[in-house]
Design a protein around this ligand. Sequence first.
Ligand SMILES: [Zn+2]
Length: 337
Amino acid sequence: MAVDYKKLGLVNTRAMFKRAINGGWAVPAFNFNNLEQLQAIIKASSDLKSPVILQVSKGARKYANQTLLRYLAEGAVQYAKELGCNHPEIVLHLDHGDSFELCKSCVDFGFSSVMIDGSALPYEENIALTKKVVDYAHQFDVTVEGELGVLAGVEDEVKSEESHYTKPEEVVDFATRSGVDSLAISIGTSHGAYKFKPEQCTRDPKTGRLIPPPLAFDVLDAVMEKLPGFPIVLHGSSSVPQEYVDIINHYGGKLPNAVGIPEDQLRKAAKSAVCKINIDSDSRLAFTAGVRETLAEHPEYFDPRQYCGKAREYMEQLYKHKITDVLGSDNKLANLD
Ligand SMILES: [Zn+2]
């Protein structure tokens, strides 16, 4: 028997996406794998009264166990209330589901939203698989994200050498026939902390740092013209903040030429029909920076709470910055009481 996510205090994405599109902001979708990351996400979103999507990837399920992650998410709702957020809007979402069976097991287990990523399949097979997931999920009012177009980069087990932009001429047919609630598109974002090769970038003459190529806003505009008001999702949208890369490299790390999506481009996207922006690598960088810095400065430390505590602090700062300065989702809960 399926667990009703509503009984867990979770919500699906439908209402928040509608408000996000109409209001010109985007909902943060943060991946989580462990306790500190979840604490930081809930603290940041509760303090700032932001809706939030907790994403579980296949790799996270393998690392942390799906059952534990689900109960953590259930606890997250109560934790948000304890923090003074009386009406939190928290989505538990499967990131990059790759089969009907996986999506079904998440729906049955209390997830309020799933992604079925059939983007690597031939077009007709992508539609058929997505529709199958939609038909099942909608019986339980679970929302479904599909994907058209291929992102470059590496994210857990999702890997592609090169990107293929979404073809705007396909989106109406795909959305109509599959029945998806939102659509992830490819416009030049990319998974991981090495989104672009140095030869794809230009260099800032002053700092010598890499400047990535701009996103394909013409493709986004064409998609929005074909599907007015339809929720669009951007994956691979970490910015790879230089401050964290610098801390990591300063304290013995080695991340040469890490490069992400500039935040001004994401800010621009958030104002459009893009209503969900996925951020994973940035939080990994913040965590690693906190751990490396603490252990380098305090070689006598051996209590994980000392260095994970610092990592959590850095992640909370990062999430708050994204919510306030990039996505504009602060104070956007339907009920702010
Ligand atoms: Zn992704």
